[in-house]
Design a protein around this ligand. Structure first.
Ligand code: DX5
Ligand code: ZN
Length: 223
């Protein structure tokens, strides 16, 4: 999972026109659709459940990246996979039996991702790296779109890339929060390759222009 991918987060889309908003980013060059699931416990916001993931599935063939910001991920991963999730990412901070959770996602034939909050150490990954396809670093505290990028994410991404290269260079690094034309180049240079962007894409009138700009910036920086 090391290719460059742009993953628009539908959290910033117009939910009254969700199907059109997904088609629009697909036509504009999106590689993945990022779906933010929040339960009001793990994060102070409530968003989307499996029902909406099923609706997203019906309008796109792009991979659906389900980011679970919920207390009880184990209880719900199968519902999201049944609804059409291709990638399931779970938070280290929310999974007591993280190894089991990641294994369960892979046993269903899906990509397993593990997510770290800004304050969580990379060391929490040490014993699960054989079970993951990607690691996602939060570059904001999860819960809301449109927050400012936390600068320490840069050094953390660099260190994570070194750590992954030593174990399995095929593991991708996804970054989520405050990513857009102003931040993507430095994160690509640091080693990230999958870029979630909500407000930076859906906040612009021309989705194609911003997605192409972001891809170009990331490509140039990664060289
Ligand atoms: C935040 C979510 C993000 C959010 C990103 O908790 O996980 O995916 O939609 O939004 P932006 O790109 O606006 O920071
Ligand atoms: Zn997210």
């Amino acid at each position: 999972m090391r290719s460059l991918m742009i993953a628009p987060s539908i959290l910033s889309a117009d939910f009254a026109r969700l199907g059109e908003e997904i088609k629009a980013v697909e036509m504009a060059g999106a590689d993945v659709i990022h779906v933010d699931v929040m339960d009001g416990h793990f994060v102070p916001n409530i968003t989307i459940g499996p029902l909406v993931v099923r609706a997203v599935r019906s309008v796109t063939d792009l991979p659906i990246d389900v980011h679970l910001m919920i207390t009880d991920a184990d209880q719900y991963i199968h519902d999201f996979i049944d609804a059409g999730a291709d990638w399931v990412t779970v938070h280290v901070e929310a999974c007591i039996h993280l190894h089991r959770t990641l294994t369960a996602i892979r046993e269903r034939g899906k990509k397993a991702g593990v997510v770290l909050n800004p304050a969580t150490s990379l060391m929490t990954l040490e014993y699960v790296l054989t079970e993951v396809d990607l690691v996602m670093l939060m570059s904001v505290n999860p819960g809301f779109g449109g927050q400012s990028f936390i600068e320490t994410s840069l050094e953390k991404t660099r260190r994570l890339r070194q750590m992954l290269d030593a174990v399995n260079p095929a593991i991708g690094i996804e970054v989520d929060g405050g990513i857009g034309p102003a931040t993507i180049a430095k994160m690509a240079a640091a080693g990230a390759n999958i870029f979630v962007a909500g407000s930076a894409i859906y906040g612009q009138p021309d989705y194609q222009a911003v997605i192409s700009q972001m891809k170009q910036l990331a490509r140039d920086a990664a060289e």
